[in-house]
Design a protein around this ligand. Structure first.
Ligand SMILES: O=C(O)CCC(=O)C(=O)O
Ligand SMILES: [Fe+2]
Length: 210
């Protein structure tokens, strides 16, 4: 863990994790009917949440078949299905607040949470859309809360018709990918050769989206 992050965890662990109002969230329309909502610093007490999740979540490594080889997935994972309590009450509160805020537009609640632990700059997620489930064919939303080391979320249109966008995701920030974003855009967290501290990402998804 980077010394600076460890220091700030130590100093501010007393501030309890909480949520600011969602009303300040700002939307940026993207091409093809996709959009991004961003709220920097949605979480308060993000240091305490990071420290808690790093220790309390049953993180596991995965290996995946890639053509002829089996390779390590370059991040640690944990997933919480609908109905299972999340590893910190502020995450249950976050899911419920997001569900309430987007109810009219989404038409259903956020129910599952996927967690990723990026240990350092070698950890990453390759270009993909969340298209294993309904996101392949229907508009949906994926809401991400990020704590720890700021890392940019990269987004690019799938049809190759436009530049790659970089959305910085800082400690306590919220980003929501909506509209056709999972179908018409790909996203990624790229590797970094710079000194990079650990980051935890929490992704909230509606039923049947993965
Ligand atoms: O780390 C992130 O914020 C993105 C993770 C992601 O795209 C995924 O797990 O599908
Ligand atoms: Fe994703």
């Amino acid at each position: 863990m980077a010394a600076s992050l460890q220091g700030s965890l130590f100093d501010a662990a007393a501030e309890e994790a909480g949520l600011r109002p969602l009303t300040a969230v700002r939307r940026t329309p993207l091409a093809h009917g996709a959009w991004i909502d961003v709220l920097p610093g949605w979480l308060t007490g993000a240091d305490a949440l990071f420290a808690h999740l790093a220790h309390a979540v049953p993180w596991h490594a995965e290996r995946r078949q890639m053509y002829e080889r089996t390779v390590d997935v370059p991040r640690l994972l944990a997933s919480y299905r609908a109905g299972n309590p999340l590893p910190h009450p502020v995450l249950d509160a976050a899911r419920d607040r997001l569900s309430a805020h987007y109810a009219a537009e989404l038409g259903e609640p956020f129910v599952s949470a996927g967690l990723c632990f990026y240990r350092d700059g070698r950890d990453s997620v390759a270009w993909h859309g969340d298209r294993i489930g309904r996101g392949a064919t229907q508009n949906t939303m994926v809401a991400i809360v990020s704590v720890g080391q700021p890392r940019p979320l990269l987004l690019r249109p799938r049809d190759g018709g436009g530049p790659t966008l970089r959305w910085p995701l800082g400690h306590g920030d919220l980003i929501v990918m909506g509209g056709s974003c999972q179908r018409t855009w790909d996203h990624a967290i790229s590797k970094s050769r710079r000194a990079t501290g650990p980051r935890i990402s929490v992704q909230f998804r509606p039923r049947g989206v993965a």
